[in-house]
Design a protein around this ligand. Structure first.
Ligand code: SF4
Length: 96
């Protein structure tokens, strides 16, 4: 029997998300983020939800793994809100 190895993208793709379209559970302040020199969110988010375009941080909370890494690593308070999604929303982890 051959066991197929799965990469991170395939494994993350197994998870199911219920996105709360009405209430973001993470909110950033782009003015603060623009002044941030290090922008650790660009490298620490395992779901790669923070991106840089034309010098501006873009963020989409859909696909968040709720790990809290960005909240811990953001030293300039660019993340103005970080809470877990409301009940029934968010990630449902599924293991391959
Ligand atoms: S909580 Fe984790 S997965 Fe969600 S945006 Fe922050 S670093 Fe990315």
């Amino acid at each position: 029997m051959t066991v197929k190895k799965q990469g991170p993208e395939e494994l993350l793709g197994l998870n199911k998300f219920s996105v709360d379209e009405e209430k973001a559970h993470i909110v950033i302040d782009k003015v603060i983020c623009a002044k941030c020199q290090d922008k650790p969110c660009l490298v620490v988010c395992p779901a790669v939800l923070y991106t840089l375009k034309d010098g501006e941080i873009n963020f989409d909370y859909a696909g968040c793994l709720e790990c809290g890494t960005c909240r811990v690593m953001c030293k300039n308070k660019g993340i103005t809100k970080w809470v877990y999604p409301r009940g029934t929303f968010g990630i449902a982890f599924r293991y391959g």
